[in-house]
Design a protein around this ligand. Structure first.
Ligand SMILES: NC(=O)c1ccc[n+]([C@@H]2O[C@H](COP(=O)([O-])OP(=O)(O)OC[C@H]3O[C@@H](n4cnc5c(N)ncnc54)[C@H](O)[C@@H]3O)[C@@H](O)[C@H]2O)c1
Length: 376
């Protein structure tokens, strides 16, 4: 099958994850075009050099415009700081290259709209935003149950992602903790989409937002150990009134925390319904916990799902699924949709990213004005 020839812009943490995915494509037990990373671009020579060990990569750039001028590049994975998203994603699209851009898909709502304007000028370009956690098989089980109507009337839902490495106040500051590069959203820009892909795709539509935001670490050491202001929000709790397509109205909580004791990128998805309730956590990534209503008492069960993936893999279904497996599934979904192949659960769409920005913008407004903000 003809591969998809990619360029990577931003060869840091996530750029490398994609390179790893592209090299373990034989893990998939199905026919899908492999993403072949022919070109890489980074301002940092050290980060770019890492890509010299990728056997497919033969073009190395420090200026992404040169990568975009390369006719061999058909699609781009872009993983750069948030303040660059609008310009770089827009340039990728205007160059006619398909794009999978990293979250939050623009530093703010205006930046997201700039990317959408570029899309309007190049409707033939396929654009998606990266978001991998819904590709855990246990989460896909939740999706299946929801689509089958097993939950019944929804009572409540909660979607969270929690880190704790920032609890170490000696952890040096980086761009994700600086307003100039990370924007006003702080932790919400970094983490928001991880809490939104699943509910938005299930059709849980937020109607109102009431936010509690906390800036706990007011300073952090810079590279030389000197304390400098750390102005970004560390923790955010958004309480929304949500409605689904069945017309149920219910509370939906979105939690994004950099300072959550004991958590290391802990994702928690919980949907409670009158007939069925289900909980997933990356602390127990292999399993889904569920309970069925049988009157006044309910008992929680733990169902081990293993590697029953959206796209079949060579790994036996009894073995555990992990973070890098979810990235493999996400890129499989991206190339499937790009090539018009079947895809029952696709990557986060630009329209969903727009809704995400509206929710996060409303959260800032809610917290500063101390009121509940209604989304029109
Ligand atoms: N999907 C996920 O789970 C996940 C996890 C972490 C980060 N992210 C997202 O990925 C993106 C990048 O985050 P990261 O953690 O990889 O950051 P990073 O700092 O590790 O990497 C960013 C890279 O971009 C490079 N860069 C900066 N300006 C550039 C330019 N003009 N041209 C080319 N390269 C440039 C930097 O030198 C760096 O190597 C962000 O949008 C972030 O929110 C996603």
């Amino acid at each position: 099958m003809e591969p998809v020839r990619f360029g990577v812009i931003g060869c840091g943490l996530m750029g490398r994850e994609f390179a790893s995915v592209s090299m373990r494509w034989l893990h998939l037990a199905c026919e899908l075009p492999r993403p072949v990373i022919v070109a890489a671009c980074d301002l940092s020579p050290k980060n770019l050099d890492w890509f010299r060990q990728v056997p497919d990569t033969k073009y190395f750039y420090s200026d992404y415009h040169e990568l975009l001028a390369n006719p061999e590049v058909e699609a781009v994975y872009c993983a750069v700081p948030h303040h660059l998203h609008a310009q770089v994603y827009g340039d990728v699209i205007r160059a006619g290259k398909h794009l999978i851009g990293e979250k939050p898909f623009g530093m703010d709502l205006a930046a997201c709209e700039e990317v959408e304007a570029a899309m309007a000028g190049r409707p033939e370009v396929f654009v998606r935003c990266a978001s991998e956690f819904p590709f855990y098989p246990a989460v896909q089980q939740m999706v299946k149950w929801y689509r089958e109507g097993a939950f019944g009337q929804i009572i409540e839902a909660r979607f969270a992602i929690k880190h704790s490495s920032d609890m170490d106040l000696a952890k040096p500051i980086n761009w994700k903790r600086m307003r100039a590069a990370n924007g006003e959203y702080g932790c919400m820009g970094d983490l928001g989409i991880h809490t939104q892909h699943l509910p938005f795709r299930l059709g849980f539509s937020p109607r109102t937002v009431s936010a509690q935001l906390a800036n706990i670490a007011k300073t952090r050491p810079d590279e030389s150990g000197v304390p400098v202001p750390c102005e970004t929000w560390d923790n955010a709790i958004l309480m929304c009134e949500a409605q689904n397509t069945a017309g149920d109205t219910f509370p939906m909580q979105l939690e994004m925390k950099r300072m959550a004791p004991g958590c290391t990128n802990t994702v928690e998805y919980e949907i409670y319904g009158l007939n069925l309730s289900a909980r997933f956590t990356t602390d127990d990534p292999n399993a889904i916990h569920y309970t069925q209503a049988v009157g006044r008492e309910q008992a929680w069960a733990r169902l081990v799902i293993g590697q029953k993936t959206l796209y079949p893999v060579i790994t036996g279904s009894i073995f555990e699924f992990g973070f890098s497996d979810s990235l493999l599934q996400m890129f499989a979904a991206f190339v499937s949709e790009l090539r018009g192949l079947p895809c029952s659960f696709g990557c986060f769409t630009p329209a969903e990213a727009h809704l995400s920005h509206r929710v996060l913008t409303a959260a800032l407004e809610s917290y500063t004005q101390k009121r509940v903000v209604t989304l029109e």
